[in-house]
Design a protein around this ligand. Structure first.
Ligand code: 3EB
Length: 330
């Protein structure tokens, strides 16, 4: 008798999808870890598992939904919104900068709270972080807000001896609080990857700021018989230099190639027989008028079947116009 392969019938420990259902409907399910909404305002929602950001959706309105393989526990403690299953914790907070002397301190304190919460709740392994902060490109040279953000994040990582940086996104928006949300694991230490075509961001030379950015190009969790890979930092950079400054077509091409190169690199490192394919992507555009060109280019490159969410957001280098996050399961 041939037994069915049970592993194929198990739901993934976490899955991300985009939904047009209202957040209140989505939050009725006890397996939802988080619903992330997109719009012009970023401030605490007051409802456990419900996040918003200051990034407006371009095109049809969708929420990002994170579902667990089982019912989750969740709550709001010490300004942190948390939810968890047996292996993963989803954790996030908003920061009102006016309560802090400066952005660097606000970011340091926030990361300290997040990392302390992960320690206390015993989900110590950072897997993936999203940082959405207002006016990311404001300020000149070393006082540019993105660079001050990098300083605060780095100090907190140092304090918690977090020397294995996770895949991360840092994108700017136009209104409200900084919002940071993340996924961390209880048992399995994630494996991190770099892109052979891009210098590791944590090695960027001094010209990009007083402290290089603390993130990996991709992070993978292997747990419950599945591997999931989170991809970030794919923007139009080769080595450490921006390519095609101000040229959207050129940049979207390099960004897609960066993703393809990274996936091939991961496949070769893991000795996989096939290159993983993208399960879904999130596209950040500095200029909403690039939406149609982005949709066409991305569909041509990755195919029409990959769900994509298009958001208006500022990329951390002034000259960059597009950034794409991705996720794979294999
Ligand atoms: C880059 O490669 C592009 O600081 O967390 C992309 C993704 C970028 C994440 C971060 C920065 C970050 O430097 C910028």
């Amino acid at each position: 008798m041939v037994l069915p392969n049970q592993s194929f019938q198990l739901p993934p420990i976490v899955a991300c999808s985009y939904s047009n259902q209202p957040p209140n409907t989505l939050l009725e399910s006890d397996d939802v870890l988080a619903v992330v909404g997109f719009g012009h305002h970023s401030a605490p929602t007051g409802r456990s598992r419900h996040f918003n950001t200051g990034l407006p959706v371009l095109g049809k309105p969708l929420s990002e939904v994170w579902r667990s393989h089982s019912a989750v526990e969740h709550g709001i403690d010490d300004h942190c919104y948390w939810s968890a299953n047996d292996e993963l914790m989803f954790l996030g907070l908003w920061i009102n900068e006016s309560h802090y002397p400066d952005l660097k301190t606000a970011v340091f304190e926030s990361y300290t709270t997040l990392l302390q919460t992960l320690r206390e709740r015993n989900y110590p392994h950072l897997l993936r972080v999203w940082n959405y902060l207002p006016r990311i490109n404001h300020g000149n040279n070393d006082s540019e807000r993105y660079k001050q953000f990098c300083l605060g994040r780095h100090e907190a990582f140092n304090r918690y001896q977090q020397h294995h940086y996770p895949a991360a996104t840092a994108i700017g928006h136009s209104g409200g609080d900084i919002v940071i949300y993340l996924i961390a694991a209880r048992h399995a230490g994630p494996q991190h990857f770099e892109n052979p075509r891009q210098m590791s961001a944590f090695c960027y030379p001094r010209e990009y700021g007083p402290k290089s950015p603390s993130f990996a190009r991709a992070s993978m969790l292997q747990s419950h018989g599945e591997r999931q890979l989170y991809i970030s930092g794919t923007a139009s950079i080769h080595g450490h230099q921006s390519r095609h400054p101000g040229n959207f077509h050129g940049q979207v091409g390099v960004t897609c190639e960066n993703i393809a190169t990274l996936l091939q690199h991961v496949a070769s490192q893991l000795r996989l027989t096939a290159t993983p394919s993208l399960e879904l992507i999130k596209v950040y555009l500095r200029n909403p008028q690039n939406l149609a060109a982005a949709e066409t280019a991305i569909e041509q490159y990755f195919g029409p079947e990959v769900p994509a969410l298009f958001l208006q957001g500022d990329i951390c280098r002034q000259e960059l116009l597009v950034e794409i996050d991705g996720m794979c399961r294999f």
